[in-house]
Design a protein around this ligand. Structure first.
Ligand code: ASP
Length: 443
């Protein structure tokens, strides 16, 4: 096995107990040379993530509200970790610097939020006996805040080459004047992927609190099996539909460099987790890789006689949607009919006016509205080479008494999306799972 970059998320860095687990994982394989860490996350249900507290601190400071108590809570959390881990990284001093920045108005929200990762990396580097390498000055953004891939890759590669072993804070980098800029929430995953690419890692390990992706949402299918291998393409389909473990922008750098990502569980390091790679032609396994779904869609069904011969009809629909800034999820069509599948959140406060505009401008014979729709994607790269998958899927839904309102199969034949009434959402997922996976080989 070659070099490994291991990223540990907030739950893995939540306190001394978790950080000791990080140490035993890192020490169990000397190839784990570069470690990227998140800010401390929740230690128990109802606890606060340090990043949330830091954003709250920023907003208090911004509104000139008293923040001293909050500041103290955050400081004490890090002081407690420093003493629990038995390291001396000058946490008290770091908080003097942060306080000064707050008092002089120099502390931006990005800067404050980044301190969670910065201090977490300092503590963990000291505890592991690794170098601390700050990512400000290495993870680079333009003055306008655009992320600079290639410059970052070059800067990180050059710096990492100087360190045999290092811990890097995730989530942030800097703009040319040196000020800190963060990625969006969950962005330490991106830093991990960037470090993996720059270091030429054999595998990018992403350590979290679940043993990889499950084939279906465990709140609906408690016994859902773990996915051992998934391709980038399948993952994109599943995460688009709501299955999320990894920041979606973390996939690109790893994919670009052809580095597989391995999702692992810090609390169960014996589990091999899920491997995400470019390989979408696995020799064996069940026909489907996973099932994901999303509630809260509306379908607008438009019928117009001879629509199929009318030039520019869809274009007119799209331009009306554009006027309302409403994106569409899917546009399944039939002869003289077209359905627009739209997430409810984009229609809030607009639906009535939008329908009125459609009625005025499209000359349609009828416009029907189906609210409370859900979409379910059944994904698997092996579906393309198997006959009868659709029949089996529709048969299962029929047997479960679920009425299918819409069907959409991607041109890659890697997924079948069905629209069902939201009341049938869970029943439908259960029926698909039981048919393809439950207790059988899935063939
Ligand atoms: N700490 C940041 C957040 O909570 C980034 C991360 O953990 O990936 O969003």
């Amino acid at each position: 096995m070659g070099l490994l970059v291991a990223k540990f998320g907030g739950s893995s860095a939540a306190d001394g107990i978790q950080i000791r687990k990080i140490r035993s994982i890192v020490e169990s394989d000397p190839n784990r040379r570069y470690i990227v860490v998140s800010a401390p996350g929740k230690r128990f249900d109802g606890d606060n993530k340090v990043t949330d507290l830091l954003y709250l601190l920023a907003s208090h400071a911004d509104h000139n509200a008293p923040y001293e108590q909050l500041f103290q809570v955050i400081k004490e959390r890090f002081l407690g970790m420093e003493s629990d881990l038995g390291v001396a990284v000058g946490i008290a001093n770091e908080f003097i610097i942060i306080e000064k920045a707050l008092k002089t108005g120099a502390a931006s929200a990005d800067y404050l939020a980044s301190r969670g990762e910065y201090l977490s990396a300092k503590l963990i580097a000291a505890f592991l006996g690794f170098d601390f390498v700050d990512t400000a000055g290495l993870v680079l953004f333009s003055g306008k805040g655009k992320f600079l891939y290639e410059d970052t890759n070059a800067a990180l590669a050059k710096e990492l080459a100087k360190h045999e072993r290092a811990v890097l804070p995730g989530f942030y980098g800097s703009v040319p004047d040196g000020s800190v800029k963060t990625f969006s929430r969950g962005g330490s995953d991106i830093t991990g992927a960037l470090a993996a690419r720059a270091a030429g890692a054999a595998v990018y390990e992403n350590w979290t609190d679940v043993s990889g992706f499950l084939m279906a949402d465990p709140r609906i299918i408690p016994e859902a099996k773990a996915i051992s291998h998934i391709s980038y393409k399948e993952l994109r389909e599943l995460s688009y539909m709501g299955a999320s473990v990894l920041h979606e922008n973390a996939i690109y750098p790893a994919r670009l460099a052809g580095i597989p990502i391995n999702i692992r569980n810090t609390n169960a390091p014996e589990d091999s987790g899920t491997f995400i790679s470019a390989d979408d032609t696995p020799a064996e396994g069940s026909v489907i890789t996973g099932i994901a779904g999303n509630r809260d869609f509306t379908v607008i069904g438009i019928y117009k006689n001879m629509m199929s011969n009318e030039i520019g009809f869809i274009k007119r629909i799209l331009s009306i949607l554009e006027d309302y800034s409403v994106p569409i999820e899917h546009i399944p069509s039939g002869i003289d009919t077209v359905s627009l599948v739209i997430a409810n959140k984009f229609l809030e406060g607009k639906l009535g006016d939008l329908i009125e505009d459609f009625e005025k401008k499209l000359g349609a014979d009828s416009i029907e509205l189906f609210e409370d729709m859900s979409l379910i994607a059944t994904v698997g790269c092996r579906m393309a080479s198997h006959r009868g998958v659709a029949a089996k899927l529709f048969g299962a839904l029929c047997k479960a008494g679920v009425n299918i309102r819409m069907i959409d199969q991607g041109s890659s034949e890697m997924n079948i999306i069905v629209g069902v009434e939201t009341k049938d959402f869970e029943v439908a997922i259960r029926a698909i799972y039981d048919t393809f996976i439950g207790g059988q080989s899935g063939e």
